[in-house]
Ligand binder design. Structure first.
Ligand SMILES: [Zn+2]
Ligand SMILES: [Zn+2]
Ligand SMILES: [Zn+2]
Ligand SMILES: [Zn+2]
Ligand SMILES: [Zn+2]
Length: 276
């Protein structure tokens, strides 16, 4: 989207013009049906306001794209009409239910969400990442080491390994699937939304455009690199936070995302005997 364009007409919502804005809470994109947060196009009319949002990527998608993970393929943008067959995004493993990029110039068909195909290849444009981690996060076609959130390398299996952000820092290897972090964001958003409903609308949500608080169920992180005193779990938390920010979009300030990691309680020794 060219800078300065604040109002667009979109074929998916012909009745009103859409305005460029920063959403007050996470939204469901009406184009790709995936979560969004922060800058977006929204219908300013009262009756649509809460329900019509589009990601920037979905509002003015380039008609075709290349991706470095698939150098010989061309991806073309498709909207949802006519109904497309069931497909899973190779990046995040989720069912693609709306706008998509697909490549059929080679077998098999490869389908990607508009946001997934435009995920940054690394975090070089996020200055805070290098400042705080000492290295950039790199987007990888498959996890180079186990995802610290789910404990697996392959997200679903051989078919969909799942893209991941990873880095090797002084204190160890860190890796998170795009899907695992995005699912955490969605889970927290849903919990937050339900809580809001229970408390009544007047109560302020804990997640607003200026903050997103997340409690994330995490695999145990016990490794601590001897000698350096670097806490592996503290770095892992920072990596996870930056992946969340990359997924939420550049318009989200890093101070806006607040994470709490929850770890499963260690099993009592007697249980372990039974399981072994
Ligand atoms: Zn909609
Ligand atoms: Zn979208
Ligand atoms: Zn409208
Ligand atoms: Zn995807
Ligand atoms: Zn994972």
């Amino acid at each position: 989207m060219a800078p300065g364009i604040t109002e667009i007409q979109h074929s998916s919502h012909v009745e009103h013009k859409l305005g460029f804005t920063s959403a007050q809470s996470p939204f469901n994109c009406c184009g790709c049906k995936e979560i969004g947060f922060g800058s977006c196009y929204q219908c300013p009319k009262k009756k649509c306001k809460a329900n019509f949002h589009l990601h920037e990527e979905c509002a003015s998608p380039p008609p075709s794209l290349k991706h470095p993970f698939f150098p010989r393929r061309d991806f073309t943008f498709e909207d949802c009409s006519p109904e497309k067959p069931l497909a899973f995004c190779v990046a995040c493993g989720a069912n693609v239910q709306g706008f998509r990029y697909q490549s059929s110039n080679e077998k098999p068909l490869v389908v990607l969400h508009p946001r997934c195909i435009q995920l940054p290849e690394n975090t070089s444009s996020f200055s805070e990442v290098v400042n705080r981690l000492g290295v950039n996060l790199e987007l990888r076609k498959q996890a180079p080491s186990k995802c610290l959130k789910c404990g697996k390398k392959e997200l679903i299996g051989k078919q969909i390994k799942g893209w991941a952000y990873a880095c090797n820092s002084e204190s160890g290897k860190y890796c998170y699937h795009v899907a695992c972090v995005r699912d955490s964001i969605v889970e927290n958003w849903k919990k937050d939304y339900l809580q809001q409903q229970n408390n009544g609308k007047r109560n302020r949500s804990s997640s607003t455009a200026s903050s997103l608080s997340m409690v994330i169920q995490h695999k145990p992180l016990t490794r601590r690199k001897a000698g350096t005193g670097t806490d592996f779990s503290a770095i892992a938390k920072l990596v996870l936070k930056f992946v969340a920010i990359v997924l939420l979009g550049k318009s989200v300030p890093s101070g806006a995302v607040d994470l709490v990691l929850e770890f499963p309680k260690a099993m009592p020794p007697s249980w372990r005997c039974c399981l072994n």
